[in-house]
Design a protein around this ligand. Structure first.
Ligand SMILES: Cc1cc2nc3c(=O)[nH]c(=O)nc-3n(C[C@H](O)[C@H](O)[C@H](O)COP(=O)(O)O)c2cc1C
Length: 494
């Protein structure tokens, strides 16, 4: 049975031994601080906070959600025992099979168990930590999905955009240019109308994952989630706006984003690792209704210096997306893609190829740097040969240092698509800095020297496999050296 909501996700994560419960934490920097420490190292457990100081017992917060490969896989309804490269291959295969499945509208869902309307609305009742030391306020939407409907086509989009608590019935929302929620919002504003909005603050992490990564323009994230789950997402019409929201959502705030109204928002510690966006005037959500389950759970997926919870899942998903796009463009010979953790799954992308013609590697690099899945906020693309594992930083750096010519193999692309969260972005135009310069490095052996390039002074994979097979007592089943062996002998005893 696929996961339906955050509660089932918590229970399955606990069964996997990947959840730690923490009671009695202070939401003023202590909660966020613990989450920060937990996400420094990947594979640490998810954190479920209860008895949060200043909030009713049972009003909980789940954080450090996607910082392990098994939890990313669990959320995507995939086998939980795959390594990173195997996961990318398996996920690409799944993507080919998945057929979007429209959400199923139902009359009632647990999210309607409680409701505040009009003067009763009080957003401050729900846990909203001051996450990072220099944040400009308390953020409640750090794992949300923001639901809007295109006024012309009726397309419903669900995207994850940060939401700050300003007061009981006002929140701030930061949506970068080009994001779908912003395009829809601007369509209302261009008619002089407010944009109706519903924000789910806790839900099946699959919905956060899809809301937090580029799903094609015009495609509904619920439909994709249904395809991944293998059954439709159950939705209700949210009581104030009528927008479709998950029936099992924990908390749904509803209201409008009025044109020509703004409030200082930020700074907020972001996925690039800096408070780079600073404090700026941003649109607000005027909240008219809050629906919520008994003992609601806020979902928090904290950005910060990468890798972090906000970016870790991007590495395998973006790798698969870029790989698919390159193949759709007709490029042959792609053998691997990795969107490195240190680059937050956007800044630093590596592609490995089997070179098939002169100029192949440069072509792959230039297209990767500007294909739809790889363009936003990218800073560097490196193309390597197929003997290099693109997920292995040491191998990539070795190829870079021994196969790239630092004049012929380096290209710079100027005024490319970025975000104010990128500290090296520029173009202080209206509203922010949105361009960056990026580098494409061809770190493949020169095509014309493929036959004569010096041989690599290390055992090939095949030779290594044969040796391990001959000396199994020295190696673990997954091929690592056993450190507990003090003596191995193949001497024949007479
Ligand atoms: C936890 C999290 C927080 C995010 N915060 C923001 C944000 O504040 N503003 C923004 O524009 N994008 C943010 N993103 C990235 C967008 O969610 C992502 O680009 C997504 O593709 C947007 O949806 P859309 O393609 O439907 O516009 C965030 C992603 C995650 C996972």
């Amino acid at each position: 049975m696929p996961i339906q909501d955050v509660r089932e996700w918590i229970s399955q994560t606990e069964d996997m031994g990947e959840l730690t419960r923490v009671d009695g934490v202070d939401p003023h920097l202590e909660l966020g601080g613990l989450v920060d420490l937990y996400q420094w190292d990947m594979e640490n457990p998810a954190l479920l906070f209860d008895h949060i100081k200043g909030y009713p017992q049972g009003h909980r917060l789940l954080a450090n959600v996607f910082t392990s490969m098994p939890r990313v896989a669990l959320s995507l309804n995939m086998p939980v025992d795959l390594g990173r490269r195997e996961f990318v291959a398996a996920w690409r295969q799944r993507l080919k099979e998945i057929r979007p499945m429209p959400g199923q509208m139902v009359e009632y869902g647990p999210v309607l168990e409680n409701r505040m309307v009009g003067d009763e609305v009080d957003l401050t009742k729900f846990p909203a930590p001051l996450w990072h030391t220099h944040d400009g306020g308390r953020y409640i939407g750090v794992g949300d999905i923001v639901i809007t409907r295109d006024p012309d086509t009726g397309w419903v989009n669900a995207g994850c955009y940060r939401v700050q608590v300003h007061d009981a019935n006002t929140a701030g929302i930061m949506i970068s240019p080009g994001k779908h929620g912003r395009i829809i919002r601007e369509a209302y504003w261009s008619r002089g109308e407010s944009c109706p909005v519903a924000v789910s603050l806790g839900h099946d992490p699959l919905l956060l994952l899809l809301g937090g990564i580029e799903v094609d323009y015009g495609v509904n994230e619920y439909d994709v989630a249904g395809g991944i789950r293998g059954e439709p997402v159950q939705l209700i019409n949210a009581p104030y706006t009528g927008l479709p929201v998950p029936a099992t959502s924990e908390i749904v705030i509803e209201g409008e984003i009025p044109p020509n109204e703004a409030h200082p928002e930020g700074p907020f510690g972001e996925w690039t690792g800096y408070y780079a966006g600073g404090e700026r005037d941003m649109p607000i959500i005027r909240i008219h209704s809050i629906s919520y389950r008994n003992n609601p759970i806020v979902l928090g997926c904290l950005p910060g210096k990468p890798p972090n919870d906000n970016t870790y899942f991007r590495s395998p998903l973006r790798a698969a997306m870029i790989w698919d796009e390159l193949e759709r463009l007709g490029l042959p010979g792609i053998t691997g893609v990795w969107s490195h953790e240190a680059g937050g799954g956007r800044l630093f992308n590596v592609v490995s190829i089997k070179q098939m013609y002169p100029g192949h590697s440069k072509q792959v690099g230039m297209l990767t740097a500007n294909c739809p899945a790889g363009a936003y906020a990218n800073r560097m693309v490196i193309v390597v040969d197929d003997d290099i594992d693109p997920t292995d930083t040491n191998e990539v750096l070795w190829a870079l240092n021994t196969r790239a010519d630092m004049i012929d193999d380096v290209e710079v692309i100027k005024r490319a698509r970025s975000t104010s969260l990128d500290p090296m972005a520029y173009g202080d135009g209206e509203g922010g800095r949105y361009y960056n310069n990026r580098m494409v490095i061809d770190a493949c052996r020169p095509y014309e020297r493929l036959g004569t390039f010096p041989a690599v002074a290390r055992k090939s994979q095949e030779e290594a496999r044969e040796l391990r097979d001959r000396w199994p007592e020295l190696f673990t089943p997954d091929g690592k050296v056993r450190r507990d062996v003090t003596h191995a002998s193949h001497l024949e005893v007479p």
